[in-house]
Design a protein around this ligand. Sequence first.
Ligand SMILES: Cc1cc2nc3c(=O)[nH]c(=O)nc-3n(C[C@H](O)[C@H](O)[C@H](O)COP(=O)(O)O)c2cc1C
Length: 178
Amino acid sequence: MEFDHVLSVRCSVRRYTEEPVSEEDIQKIVKAGEEVPVGHFDFKNYAIAAITDKKVLRLLAEENQALSGRGDPIYGAPLLLLIMNTPEAREDSIKLNAGIMAENMHLKAVDLGLGSICIYSFIRTLNREEGYGKYFQALHLPEGLKPAMAVAVGHTPMVQRERRFVARIPTFRIDGKE
Ligand SMILES: Cc1cc2nc3c(=O)[nH]c(=O)nc-3n(C[C@H](O)[C@H](O)[C@H](O)COP(=O)(O)O)c2cc1C
């Protein structure tokens, strides 16, 4: 897909079908998450898990419902990309680096014609729990990793449409001209 088109059809998708994301697409999305700039070249202190295990995703939805009352935080998406950091990651850069990884994967999912959304709510809720929650313990990942940010991906009944651009963020142009 042409880059400007990806940007204009990108939106947060909150409706998914049960159709699984192909292994090929999962690999492309994870690769996009790795093709990022990371402050201080701190790559070794980050990790990405691609989760399609339905038991884990169900556990996540149940735990989130019990703790926040808001149900499934990933809206039934069949694929969850979990971005994590080690305790050695520079504290002031974790959300920045994780956010960049998330956006790269979000955009790659759009490029592949899939629905996707960046998610932080359950990370905030469940990182307060022992071991970052039961869903996280069920992943059996190396010791020390902590969830930082997430992206949900899946096929969606929503049609990708170019959105009318709405300027929401103040921008300034400083070029020194009078
Ligand atoms: C850092 C970050 C965290 C987000 N966390 C959530 C979330 O937990 N749940 C959710 O439904 N949307 C979440 N979103 C999606 C935003 O709500 C969404 O991007 C915003 O409303 C703009 O809509 P759009 O993406 O369709 O343009 C998050 C987005 C970002 C960038």
